[in-house]
Write a protein that binds this ligand. Structure first.
Ligand SMILES: [Zn+2]
Length: 241
């Protein structure tokens, strides 16, 4: 056999054996099971609670499970809701206690709090969850912004840091019309569909905020049912952590 073909075959076989999770250069898992046509719907919660009931009813109607990353503040203020989320079989994980910006937006490797403070903040979040008998292994950093040090601190607390997959604008669904980066839900949906058609969404962590500022009237989560239906038609299933 031609040596080049052999090399290619070995390369492809290796790829099919190992290309499952995509880990970014900071060490967080930003895409899972790329060999499977499964999307991970991720929901984060801290300050606002407006869309949670709607999201839960859609997931229930569509018979799929999602992953909810909730801060300690959120958990303590909404204990019954958080119990409901777990009872319905969804994943619930940590998202920091106070939603602090752990690392600088531009100088990413700089921590804005000490390692001890960050560790304590994640720990408080885990304690709030433990009180409800929730013992997660996956953590999504506050502001969905992490660096190597945050990933390491989380791992010392037995937490695997996960973050959303980049490529769509879904994470900007928190924006309000007075912001320069405001984006409408139609444009966000368009970004998801065009990403899907040009690439694929195998193992994609699709982030949606089920609670957003009252200043944003055009809520992306109100489009969740249609979004799931459309992605199901493209052959995707949905998975949780
Ligand atoms: Zn957040």
């Amino acid at each position: 056999m031609n040596r080049l073909i052999l090399c290619f075959l070995i390369f492809t076989i290796n790829l099919s054996l190992y290309a499952q999770n995509i880990v970014d250069k900071e060490g967080a898992v930003v895409r899972s099971d790329t060999l499977q046509k499964k999307i991970y719907l991720c929901f984060t919660g801290h300050e606002y609670v407006d869309g949670f009931e709607h999201v839960l009813s859609v997931l229930n109607k569509q018979k799929i499970k999602g992953s909810f990353f909730l801060t300690g503040d959120f958990v303590r203020s909404n204990e019954d809701l958080v119990r409901d989320i777990t009872k319905q079989g969804h994943f619930v994980g940590a998202h920091s206690d106070k939603h602090l910006l752990y690392c600088d937006w531009t100088k990413r490797d700089s921590l804005l709090y000490s390692e001890t403070q960050i560790k304590e903040d994640i720990l408080q979040n885990l304690r709030a969850l433990k009180k409800l008998d929730i013992h997660p292994k996956h953590f999504m950093p506050p502001y969905e912004w992490h660096n190597k040090k945050v990933v390491k601190i989380a791992s010392q607390l037995n937490q695997i840091t996960v973050n959303y997959s980049s490529g769509t604008r879904s994470n900007a669904d928190y924006t309000t019309p007075d912001m320069a980066n405001y984006i409408s839900s139609d444009d966000i949906l368009e970004s998801i569909y065009s990403y899907e058609s040009f690439k694929n969404m195998n193992g994609f962590h699709l982030l949606i905020h089920p609670g957003t500022s009252p200043k944003r009237k055009d809520k992306l989560y109100l489009n969740l049912d249609g979004l799931i239906t459309k992605l199901k038609k493209k052959g995707y299933q949905f998975s949780k952590f």
